[in-house]
Design a binder for this molecule. Structure first.
Ligand code: THG
Length: 262
């Protein structure tokens, strides 16, 4: 499982304040902790309150890169903000994200090719959030067709079915999970899949339990990557154990430690 740490996000008040004060040390501590807990990459999002995302996102990237040598996922709905951050990114980056809309695909697939990045694509369009798995599949087909026609390597594409909170979209959860399996059947090279895990539990009282139950089910349906809180130890233990059960790691009594050391 490819784990992207979610904690550098202006949605969190400590990060929002650090961005306002340009306090690098707060950001660098959150970055290092996430990697120490097993994150393979970090999501970087300056949050909806940022007045100047074209400056704030590159500032975050540079602050993180001073202490961490891992891929960064540049999280913004504005392509011009992502491009400013790409200009300062050292490692192979991840663009987070495009939608299935043609004008977004045109700009972001081109950016991903020019900067040799991976690309997360949400099965979302101007019509809004898909309401069932057929609508998700249709948008996934549009995204893959565009990538194939424009020579973007499918190996570098991650499809995101858009996870919704269980308290407002309970009837959709089964479809979201099953989409993960269906996306793999669209093309001869099965596209990778990703979810923003914490979305599922927003506004609920049992956040951690809901997160780890959802991810365990998603992993059994072939999930490749997740944006999540790597500091949640029970969550990380559940991820490692789900992968153990799927035979992605050899069993030994200390398999949790063995995974963390690798
Ligand atoms: N897909 C992709 N990218 C994404 C998402 C996705 N990026 C953003 C988001 N979704 C994933 N990251 C988060 C980060 C935090 C939370 C949820 C998802 C979260 N934050 C607390 C909340 O809102 O309750 C903030 C609490 C606080 O203020 O301290 O839940 O789906 N590709």
């Amino acid at each position: 499982m490819f784990i992207i740490g979610e904690l550098i996000n202006g949605m969190y008040s400590n990060v929002r304040k650090a961005i306002e004060k340009k306090d690098k040390s707060v950001i660098q501590k959150i970055a290092s902790e996430q990697i120490r807990c097993g994150a393979d990459a970090l999501d970087i999002n300056c949050g909806p309150a940022s007045k100047n995302p074209k400056e704030d996102l590159p500032w975050l990237v540079e602050a993180v890169q001073e202490v961490i040598d891992k891929p960064l996922s540049l999280d913004s709905s504005k392509p011009e903000v992502i491009e400013e951050a790409l200009k300062v990114t050292k490692n192979k980056a991840i663009i987070n994200s495009t939608t299935a809309d043609l004008e977004k695909l045109e700009i972001l697939v081109d950016l991903a090719k020019r900067y040799h990045t991976k690309l997360i694509a949400l099965t979302l369009s101007k019509k809004g959030v898909p309401q069932n798995k057929d609508q998700r599949l249709e948008l996934a087909v549009q995204i893959i067709s565009y990538c194939v026609e424009h020579d973007f390597p499918i190996e570098d594409l991650y499809l995101d079915p858009v996870v919704l909170p269980v308290n407002v979209a309970q009837a959709q959860q089964k479809d979201i999970l099953e989409s993960l399996k269906e996306f793999k059947l669209i093309y001869q090279i099965p596209p990778k899949t990703i979810v923003g895990l914490s979305n599922v539990s927003q506004g609920t009282l049992q956040r951690k339990l809901i997160n780890r139950t959802f991810i365990t089910m998603a992993i059994s349906l072939g999930l490749d990557a997740a944006i999540l809180d790597p500091l949640d130890k029970e969550l990380m233990d559940a991820v490692i154990t789900a992968e153990l059960i799927l035979n992605k790691q050899i069993y030994c009594d200390s398999y949790l430690e063995a995974y963390r050391k690798k």
